[in-house]
Write a protein that binds this ligand. Structure first.
Ligand SMILES: Cc1cc2nc3c(=O)[nH]c(=O)nc-3n(C[C@H](O)[C@H](O)[C@H](O)COP(=O)(O)OP(=O)(O)OC[C@H]3O[C@@H](n4cnc5c(N)ncnc54)[C@H](O)[C@@H]3O)c2cc1C
Length: 371
């Protein structure tokens, strides 16, 4: 008889998990707590701190469609090289229909608990407790479980002296939706990775002034590579990731990105080599830095009711809003910490794939994702 697999979540990872299980002759059931598939790629207008949405209106993928798509399901030629979130969520639905995955998904079903089955010592099976449409939880036992519940779960806002007394708007990148919400405002974005660079750029087209507070600096990459081809065709390929010596890749790419944009002159100078410090991937940020709409600043020392003092003593007054692009912590509240093999704190995708306690992949190259 076929083995059964219980899957938590029907986002991009849960969907491919269903498909692979079917290909292997397994019987998957995915539990998805929201009313639709696709996870964080669903745009949600709600900006409140409890909102599950993570997309903003202008979001365009930071990798090209060749890297973004599932390897056995190319995106339509009508989709541009860098799809926006609406095109990507449509692609997710097309993928789901093409491989007939929907019948294996139970929507509006929240997994509340996963535990070892009573006969675990003999069978190795797991019991999933789930609640459908807010009814009483029920449980079902599976031969295997796959947790695909995402890692952008809990937005992190660091503590700063005086932050509680700041009278402007305080939010996290998770709840940024539209640049119009900040029209003519003075906005401080704190953070130096993908989301903070994107949001600082986006909001700068509407705000009066944007400050971007940096700790280590970052490498600024553009999506447009040599000859107008997507950059990741050059950067994210088998040769650069696994065949060429990594020192050579870093030397060549670091040199290329420095020639493309003088990071020190722009005030964003990364203090570590490429792929050892955060990346920003944005074609418009360079222009907004050069015309002063986005001003890089050092780290914040403390907040005042109307602004901030930076570690170099500079004061930024009359700030209307601060947006924290300061990352997330991963939580899996439905399973006992002791049952998760290793703390899921590292954001590098390949490092949070576990197989019976064994980390299946590890690559220096992926360090960038954990910054
Ligand atoms: C702003 C932003 C931009 C991004 N841009 C890109 C990009 O350009 N390119 C790229 O490759 N990646 C990007 N990513 C990374 C993105 O996380 C992945 O592309 C991918 O969507 C992750 O899918 P997932 O299925 O792992 O997680 P999610 O999309 O988070 O899906 C997890 C699912 O699990 C469900 N779930 C969670 N807990 C439970 C539970 N207890 N019971 C039932 N269901 C549950 C959730 O409702 C959700 O649907 C971006 C991420 C963010 C936040």
């Amino acid at each position: 008889m076929s083995k059964t697999v219980g899957i938590v979540g029907a986002g991009a990872s849960g969907l491919v998990a269903i498909k692979i299980c079917l290909e292997e002759g397994l019987l998957p059931t995915a539990y998805e707590r929201s009313s639709t598939i696709g996870g964080i790629w669903n745009y949600v207008e709600d900006t409140s701190p409890s909102s599950s949405g993570r997309m903003y209106k202008s979001l365009v993928s930071n990798v090209c469609k060749i890297s973004l798509c599932y390897s056995d399901f190319p995106m339509s030629p009508n989709v541009p090289p860098y799809p926006n979130h609406e095109q990507y969520i449509q692609y997710i639905h097309d993928y789901t229909d093409h491989f007939k995955l929907r019948e294996h998904i139970q929507l509006n079903t929240e997994v509340t608990k996963i535990e070892k089955a009573e006969d675990y010592d003999v069978t190795g099976r797991w019991t999933i407790h789930f609640r459908q449409d807010r009814k009483e939880p029920v449980k079902k036992t599976f031969d295997f479980i796959m947790i695909c519940s995402g890692y952008f779960t809990n937005p992190v806002i660091p503590t700063y002296p005086g932050l509680d007394d700041f009278t402007g708007r305080v939010s996290h990148a998770a709840h940024y939706r539209r640049r119009e919400h900040f029209e003519d405002k003075k906005v401080l974005v704190i953070g130096e990775s993908l989301s903070s660079c994107d949001i600082a750029t986006d909001v700068s087209f509407s705000a009066k002034q944007v400050y971007l507070s940096l700790r280590n600096g970052f490498w600024l990459l553009k999506k447009r590579g040599l000859g107008g081809y997507p950059l990741d065709c050059y950067v994210l390929n088998r040769f650069t990731i696994s065949m060429a010596p990594q020192w050579l890749v870093k030397y060549v790419l670091g040199g290329y990105f420095h020639i493309d944009a003088n990071h020190d002159a722009l005030g964003i100078g990364p203090n570590r080599p490429i792929f050892r410090t955060p990346l920003g991937i944005n074609d418009f940020l360079l222009g907004q830095l050069m015309n002063g709409r986005v001003k890089p600043t050092p780290t914040v020392k403390r907040f005042s009711p109307k602004g901030v003092e930076l570690i170099d003593g500079t004061k930024l007054d009359n700030l209307d809003a601060v947006i924290f692009g300061t990352g997330y912590t991963v939580t899996t509240p439905f399973i006992d910490d002791n049952l998760v093999p290793g703390k899921v704190v590292n954001m590098a995708v390949a490092r949070v794939i576990y197989s019976g306690g064994v980390k299946v992949a590890n690559s220096d190259w992926l360090d960038v994702l954990s910054n």
